[in-house]
Design a protein around this ligand. Structure first.
Ligand SMILES: [Zn+2]
Length: 230
């Protein structure tokens, strides 16, 4: 039931078809015909050995009849069609989007890079997933929504707008990186990576900062007209 609901992508007919296919599968039938159309199970073909050793139900047994009565129960089928909005994969899809930001599919990464990028995607996701992020509000304090047409359910739905994502984990990461580099007790295995992090000055200027008045004075003197003596 779980599989039928989560793999039918919001299509009620497909959901029922998958659910009903159970009647065939449990008797060891993996290809069948219905109203002139041939259907088959989604699992891989079973080997002759697997087909022989699995304990299929016999089509005319009381056990099969009892289970079949449950599968085709009209009330259950009616309820099942409401399951097209079944969304337990939502958070996973959100994570996959975060992953695509760090590991775009059109680029090829070596293993260490892929691993690091996946870790970044996880940290980003953990900082921003919707159960942690608050819903954005209007100036009047009402929660904000977008009304969008959802392809899966073919319905207009109100999708909550969340506050903007943050990437604070990057700051923490950089801080910890620098702290680790500055720590004289940590020895790096890779000799080539023994870089020293210089203590950075507050700016890149070579002279000390003059006062604003001094700067303004020199600025105006530089733009004096050519007829005036410098
Ligand atoms: Zn099957």
């Amino acid at each position: 039931m779980w599989w039928s609901c989560c793999t039918s992508k919001g299509d009620a007919k497909e959901l029922l078809r998958r659910w009903m296919s159970l009647q065939h599968h449990i008797t060891g039938v993996h290809r069948w015909e219905e109203n002139g159309t041939e259907y088959r199970c989604f699992h891989q073909d079973l080997s002759a050995e697997e087909q022989r050793t699995k304990r299929w139900l016999k089509g005319n047994s009381p056990a099969f009849k009892a289970l079949q009565a449950m599968i085709v129960d009209t009330r259950l089928i009616k309820d099942l069609q409401q399951m097209t909005l079944f969304k337990h994969t939502g958070q996973l899809e959100v994570f996959h989007n975060a992953l695509l930001k760090y590991c775009p599919k059109r680029l090829h990464f070596q293993y260490p890079s892929m691993k690091a990028r996946t870790m970044l995607a996880i940290m980003d996701h953990n900082e921003n997933h919707s159960t942690k992020r608050e819903q954005a509000t209007t100036a009047a304090g009402l929660t904000r929504h977008n009304v969008v047409f959802e392809k899966q359910s073919k319905q207009w739905i109100a999708r909550p707008i969340y506050v903007k994502t943050t990437q604070k984990f990057r700051d923490d990461l950089m801080d910890r990186l620098i702290q680790r580099r500055l720590d004289p007790t940590i020895r790096f295995k890779d000799a080539s990576s023994r870089i020293q992090i210089p203590r950075l000055a507050a700016n890149i200027a070579l002279q000390t900062k003059p006062s604003k008045e001094e700067v303004l004075q020199s600025h105006t003197s530089r733009f004096k007209g050519p007829s005036e003596p410098l």
